[in-house]
Design a protein around this ligand. Structure first.
Ligand SMILES: [Fe+2]
Length: 242
């Protein structure tokens, strides 16, 4: 029913996916190039034309920016040589940085891998922690970074009315809801909150956060979801500006 090459290009209005983990073997995402290619073809099948890879940068995956850039350049060369059809253009590599007490201590933060326009994708721990990111955010904003918080709907300790969320919006921090949240991939609560952020125009971006083909298949199912199709028709997102 959900063939790999379905024609439902639900996400074509977004054009760009700015959040996925498809650099083979660097984090909990794709483990090899053939998995990466299958995922990229799936992203294309649901309407994405441009892709940025965003590997994790956090204590659990202590990636190094120079190494990541080199791995990306090698992958890009391989993809170009293979001349694969029906695939989005893989534009560049950025990062998904976990803002927590450990990140605050990382030296040389001016070296961070950003999306175009100095857009910095960041996330929090999915489990409650006492770390307050606001002063760190302020530092980054002062340095000219445009912060994008990944999947605000997935943090069980935050909701649309949380003080921290309200403050972040006042600071001009953009949010990016995960598309799969809208189809219940992360459970009922994340789904409900995902729709809420969008309906309150508090999610400037949508991302797939694709890690592997389990996500790929879920993405194809989500492309068939009528409520999601309606969201894509009725709301404007800023993905295509990247
Ligand atoms: Fe992610």
């Amino acid at each position: 029913m959900f063939g790999l090459f379905n024609k439902n290009k639900t996400f074509a209005p977004l054009a760009t996916d700015m959040h996925c983990h498809l650099l083979p073997g660097v984090d909990d995402g794709s483990s090899n190039i053939s998995e990466t290619i299958s995922c990229l073809k799936t992203l294309y099948s649901v309407g994405f034309k441009k892709i940025y890879f965003t590997p994790h940068f956090q204590a659990h995956y202590p990636n190094n920016e120079e190494d990541i850039k080199q791995r990306f350049a090698e992958l890009k060369k391989t993809l170009e040589k293979e001349k694969i059809d029906d695939m989005p253009e893989v534009i560049d590599v950025a990062g998904e940085y976990r803002f927590d007490d450990k990140f605050a201590r990382i030296p040389g933060v001016d070296n961070v891998l950003t999306l175009p326009g100095k857009r910095l994708l960041c996330e929090f721990s999915l489990h409650f922690n006492n770390f307050s990111p606001l002063s760190l955010f302020e530092e980054y904003i002062k340095m000219g970074y445009k912060l994008i918080l990944a999947h605000p709907e997935r943090y069980p300790y935050l909701n649309i009315h949380s003080e921290q969320i309200v403050k972040m919006k006042e600071m001009g921090i953009a949010f990016q809801v995960n598309i799969l949240s809208l189809n219940g991939f992360y459970g009922e609560s994340a789904m409900k909150k995902g729709f809420e952020y969008i309906e309150h125009n508090m999610s400037e971006y949508l991302g797939t956060d694709t890690h592997n083909m389990r996500y790929g298949k879920a993405l194809q199912q989500t492309a068939e979801n009528k409520q999601v199709q309606k969201i894509l028709k009725n709301h404007k997102f800023q993905n295509s500006e990247i």
